[in-house]
Design a protein around this ligand. Structure first.
Ligand SMILES: [Zn+2]
Length: 219
């Protein structure tokens, strides 16, 4: 007999990180957004490729280097085709590659609007005493764990803090912090004994929202 309810939350970022760059037409630093278009320049045996960003103020473009003077023979044919076609899986992966973006842009703004899809992995066969949430986060998101939980479970953040202090909520791996962004593979474990009526929480943990949830910092 199991008294554990296990669910997976798949957390998909909705807005790609945006570099803040000095825009000559706007005359100040502005956030730039990926246009999901790739420019390729195949010059003889070498290939250059850029992901094109546009200023959110005036539409001026910035070319983010993806490949620089790369010998054609070292590139897989599939990748070259995807680059030429600005294939959407590739442009999304590049746009969300925040580390790569940071290497060519100083300040990068992260967003925390996400779409959370909930899947039950195993139901408890008796009233659940323990709740485990496995977080699947394919691309890095800026959303903090405590805000994710507060929003998805409809609990005040102060209640989340109290659960942690009482030892009724723990995040794994052990060093994980609830004030830090949620990461792939993170496991959140609730002890439901003594945490009051758990019915609403058990429903919220399983039900999927209809649309992307927009998380905004609340004081
Ligand atoms: Zn501009």
């Amino acid at each position: 007999m199991s008294d554990v309810l296990r669910v997976q939350w798949t957390i998909l970022a909705q807005t790609a990180p945006q570099p803040w760059l000095s825009c000559s037409r706007c005359g100040e630093a502005k956030p730039f957004r990926s246009s999901d278009k790739i420019r390729v320049n195949a010059n003889g045996k070498r290939v250059d490729a850029w992901l094109i960003y546009k200023c959110t103020g005036c539409g001026s473009t910035w070319n983010r280097p993806i490949l620089e003077r790369r010998p054609v023979r070292t590139l897989e044919a599939d990748l070259l085709r995807s680059l030429h076609a600005s294939e959407s899986t590739l442009t999304r992966r590049l746009a969300f590659d925040i580390e790569g973006l940071r290497q060519c842009a100083g300040r990068v703004e992260e967003f925390d609007d996400v779409l959370v899809t909930k899947t039950v992995l195993s139901e408890s066969t008796m009233p659940a005493q323990r709740l485990e949430i496995l977080c699947a986060v394919p691309e890095p998101v800026g959303l903090r764990v405590d805000r994710l939980l507060a929003n998805e479970l409809q609990l005040p953040r102060s209640r989340i803090q109290r659960l942690v202090q009482a030892g009724d909520l723990a995040a794994f791996p052990r060093a994980s912090q609830l004030r830090r962004p949620v990461r792939d593979g993170m496991r959140l474990v609730f002890n439901l004994q003594g945490s009051g009526p758990a019915g609403a929480l058990l429903r919220a943990v399983k039900s999927s929202p209809d649309a992307a949830c927009r998380y905004r910092e609340t004081p």
